[in-house]
Design a protein around this ligand. Structure first.
Ligand code: FAD
Length: 319
C-alpha cells in the first residue's frame, strides 16, 4: 500500500501534527512518502526523513511560505497524480483538513475526516471516526472505484513518529500551480494564550461553577503550574467571562490532551463531545451526581475554591 503523508509547516517550522501523521502512516505499514511544501523546505525535510518520512518529496517556492488553499491544492494535486498513492493522510488542522477535502473534491478519491483510529483490512484502510456529536462511532472505508482515499486524522489522536529513515527528493511542478486567484497578505497571531488549546498536552477548563470572571486567576494559576492551556464551557463564554477561542465542545474546539481538568463543569453532552477523547480526565465538581464524572478517570467531589489553590500549590512545588 502506498501512503502519502501531508506534512505541515508554519513560518518555517514543522507543525508537530506532521509527526502524528507520520506515526499513523508507520503504524499502517506499507510504502510511506511525505510531501512538504514550503518556501525553503530543505532543513525541515531532513527532520521528516529522520523520523521515518520515507521518500520526503519537497516542493520549494516563495508562494508556499503561507498556506493558500488554491496553491497548495494545485501543487499537492500534481504530486498525488505523479505518485498515485492509495492513501493520503494528514492531521485535521485548519489548513490540512481544508487541503485534503479540496484534493478529494478534485480527484475521483474518497474522503474520511476526523479519524481517531486506522487499521488495514485486506488492501483497504478502515477509518474509525466519531459521529452524531460523539454519541456513536462509525467505521468507513473507500469504495473500489475511489482512489486515493484521503483521510484527515483527529489532532493528538495518534502517537507521533520519533525515529525512522528516509531520503529527501526535490520535486518540480508546473508553473501554473503557483498562479492563484487569492493572495495571503498577512497572518495575524492569536493574542493571549501562550499554549494553543488544540495542541496542548494539558488543558484546564472551567465552567459556571467558578461563579464569576473574577475567579479565573484561580484556574489560570493551576494551568500555569501544569504548563496547560485554559479551556471553558460555552456557558461561561456566553456569559462573556472569557473569549470564544477558549470554548471546548460541539460549537467550540475539540481537544484530545493527555490530561483534561474540568473545573465546575456539569458535563453536558455538547461539552463532552469536545473533550471526551482526552487520555485522562479529572473532574472537580461539588455535585457528586454531575454527569462529568461518568467520563472522568478521576473525580474530586468538592468545592473548586478549596481544591484549586491546594492543587496549584502542590504542582508549583513540582507535584
Ligand atoms: C446547540 C448547542 C451547542 C452547545 N455547544 C456547547 C459547547 O460547544 N461547549 C459547551 O461547553 N457547551 C455547549 N452547549 C451548552 C451545554 O448544553 C451546557 O449548557 C454547558 O456546557 C453548561 O456549562 P457549565 O457546565 O459550565 O454550566 P452548568 O451546567 O451550570 O454547570 C456548572 C457546574 O458547576 C458545579 N459547581 C457549582 N459550584 C461549584 C463549586 N464551587 N465547585 C465545584 N463545582 C461547582 C455544579 O455542580 C455544576 O455541575 C451547547 C448547547 C447547545 C444547545
Amino acid at each position: 500500500m502506498k501512503i502519502l503523508v501531508l506534512a505541515e509547516q508554519k513560518e518555517g517550522k514543522l507543525a508537530s501534527s506532521s509527526f502524528e501523521a507520520l506515526g499513523a502512516a508507520q503504524a499502517l505499514g506499507g510504502e510511506v512518502s511525505t510531501l512538504l511544501m514550503a518556501k525553503d523546505p530543505a532543513a525541515l525535510a531532513d527532520k521528516l526523513a529522520s523520523c521515518g518520512g520515507g521518500k520526503v518529496l519537497t516542493v520549494a517556492h516563495d508562494s508556499l511560505d503561507m498556506f493558500n488553499q488554491e496553491t497548495f491544492r494545485k501543487v499537492a494535486g500534481e504530486i498525488v497524480e505523479k505518485t498515485s498513492p492509495d492513501v493520503v493522510i494528514g492531521v485535521a488542522t485548519i489548513s490540512t483538513r481544508a487541503l485534503l477535502a479540496a484534493l478529494a473534491a478534485k480527484t475521483s478519491g474518497a474522503m474520511a475526516s476526523n479519524a481517531t483510529a486506522l487499521r488495514v483490512e485486506g488492501d483497504k484502510v478502515v477509518v474509525t471516526r466519531p459521529c452524531f456529536g460523539g454519541k456513536a462511532v462509525s467505521e468507513v472505508t473507500s469504495a473500489e472505484s475511489a482512489k486515493p482515499f484521503f483521510i484527515s486524522l483527529r489532532l493528538k489522536a495518534f502517537s507521533p513518529a520519533t525515529a525512522g529513515s528516509g531520503e529527501v527528493s526535490s520535486e518540480s511542478v508546473s508553473d501554473s500551480c503557483f498562479e492563484s486567484r487569492t493572495k495571503v497578505v498577512e497572518s495575524i497571531k492569536e493574542s493571549g494564550q501562550t499554549v494553543k488549546l488544540e495542541e496542548a498536552d494539558t488543558v484546564v477548563s472551567f465552567g459556571r461553577g467558578l461563579q464569576g470572571q473574577e475567579h479565573i486567576p484561580l484556574v489560570q494559576s493551576l494551568a500555569d503550574s501544569l504548563g496547560a492551556a485554559v479551556g471553558a464551557s460555552r456557558a461561561v463564554v456566553d456569559a462573556g467571562w472569557i473569549e470564544y477561542k477558549h470554548q471546548v465542545g460541539q460549537t467550540g474546539r475539540t481537544v484530545t490532551p493527555k490530561l483534561y481538568v474540568a473545573v465546575g463543569i456539569s458535563g453536558a453532552i455538547q461539552h463532552l463531545v469536545g473533550m471526551q477523547s482526552s487520555k485522562c480526565i479529572v473532574a472537580i465538581n461539588k455535585d457528586k451526581d454531575a454527569p462529568i464524572f461518568n467520563v472522568s478517570s478521576y473525580g474530586i467531589v468538592g468545592d473548586a475554591f478549596e481544591i484549586l489553590p491546594a492543587l496549584t500549590e502542590r504542582f508549583a512545588q513540582g507535584g
